[in-house]
Design a protein around this ligand. Structure first.
Ligand code: ADP
Ligand code: MG
Length: 421
């Protein structure tokens, strides 16, 4: 079945054609009809399979033709998402699909001033995409009314129902009409969250695409055994062997992100970082440059793993393995989106082996191993533009500096404690 044959508005069809969406993806095929009918839906489908449009198309269609609906009456649909980047991205999809309709979408998220967001809200909107924290603040201050909401969508539902967000979400749900349609979308789900999810929906239609393999089939993923200290050489090699490709690298911590960027800089490779310590404007800037392809290497922590759809990311490198097994799926799922194919490789050091085991248990299968024989391994290190540096000396120097800082901190603390006495 093609979108042409759907009973959705001509205006939406026109936008889909412009976007190059001819046929629905599996999840769209299964989710659109029950959503149009007004049923609650719990949908699980792999990364990059078009979940956004699976809810955006029917939601816009419903709001476009709703009887007795006036914008002044208030927001009709709330879409909750875990990150600012995702809020912007989903808003863009709603805007693209709703371009020829009069359905208005807007997004709010934290980390920036409230003022401009409030002004925009006052002008009236139909669909609000939001991160829970900012939404909670604006609702508490009376800038947002939720009593006319007909549809609640939770994208990345498992993450949203996870510890960090659940408090705000619970509070927000009490402000929504009981009579509403609730839609949950995610690529992964676990048992604890499942129960919670069920408690928030009413006789939901459950849709699960390929439950056996949470990794999207367009992603060719493998693991490579690399010592912690040698990872930088292997990343350098990946980058130099793939000069035209956009590569997204995931690391465990913000500090490591900066460190890897510096290591790449030393061997003449330009990159940018994105993580929770960065200003919102820098995060957006890095994302924009990477999207455009001005920067080919982006180094990220898990903040940006969820849901982000960056065109033509051809390669994902797990420089460090993710501590939460499901994040493996979300990270490698940043490539191989839509009909594109993607490659993902994970660097696993001996100390990370237990994490790898956990991930494989979660996937219920082993990850393909990329064998690197001893000569090849040595050659990768020798080949490095950094080989001319004496790394050991550099590292020692860094350690010494660290020790000095620690010693001086301890001294200060001691002095302070003395003063108190
Ligand atoms: P998910 O939320 O499942 O990870 P997205 O909604 O971000 O995936 O969509 C992934 C990519 O697939 C996007 O680039 C989107 O434009 C594309 N896409 C979605 N639906 C279709 C379709 N029906 N035909 C072609 N491409 C599509
Ligand atoms: Mg998504």
């Amino acid at each position: 079945m093609k979108f042409e044959d759907y009973r959705i508005s001509e205006e939406i069809k026109k936008s889909l054609e412009k976007l190059g969406f001819k046929k629905p993806t599996d999840i769209q095929f299964k989710a659109i009809p029950p959503i149009m009918k007004g049923e609650d839906v719990l949908a699980i489908a792999q990364t990059g399979t078009g979940k956004t449009a699976a809810f955006a198309i029917p939601v816009i269609d419903k709001l476009q033709f709703g009887k007795n609906r006036r914008r002044e009456d208030g927001i009709k649909c709330v879409v909750m998402v875990p990150t600012r980047e995702l809020a912007l991205q989903i808003t863009e999809v709603f805007e693209q699909i709703g371009r020829h309709t009069r359905v208005k979408t807007f997004c709010v998220y934290g980390g920036v001033e409230q003022g401009p967001q409030i002004a925009k809200l006052e002008a009236g909107i139909d669909i609000l995409v939001a991160t829970p924290g900012r939404l909670f603040d604006l609702v508490s201050q009376g800038h947002i009314q939720l009593h006319r909401v007909e549809i609640l969508v939770l994208d990345e539902a498992d993450h949203m129902l996870d510890l960090g967000f659940i408090h705000d979400i619970r509070q927000l749900i009490t402000k929504l009409p009981r009579q509403r349609q609730t839609l949950f979308f995610s690529a992964t789900i676990n048992e604890t969250i499942k129960d919670l999810a069920y408690s928030l929906v009413n006789k939901p239609v459950r849709i699960q695409i390929s439950p056996k393999d949470p990794v999207a089939k367009n992603v060719d993923h493998s693991v490579m055994y690399v010592d912690m200290d040698d990872k930088r050489y292997f990343l350098e090699r990946v980058v130099k062997e793939n000069p035209d490709k956009k590569i997204l690298v995931f690391v465990r911590t913000k500090v490591r992100a900066e460190r890897v960027m510096k290591a790449m800089e030393r061997v003449g490779i330009q990159s940018m970082t994105i993580h929770g310590d960065k200003e919102q404007k820098d995060r957006l800037d890095a994302m924009k440059k990477f999207k455009k392809g001005d920067v080919k290497l982006l180094i990220a922590t898990d903040v940006s793993a969820r849901g982000i759809d960056i065109p033509s990311v051809e390669y994902v490198v797990n420089y460090d393995l993710p501590e939460q097994p499901e994040n493996y799926v979300h990270r490698v799922g940043r490539t191989g989106r839509g009909t594109a194919k993607g490659i993902a490789v994970s660097f696993c050091s001996p100390e990370e082996k237990p994490i790898l085991d956990e991930i494989q248990t979660y996937l219920t299968k082993d990850i393909k191993v990329l064998e690197v024989d001893k000569d090849d391994y040595e050659a990768t290190i020798d080949f490095s533009a950094a080989a001319k540096y004496d790394w050991k000396a550099l590292l020692q120097e860094a350690d010494e500096t660290n020790d000095k800082i620690k010693a001086s901190k301890a001294k200060k603390a001691k002095a302070k404690a003395k003063k108190k006495k």
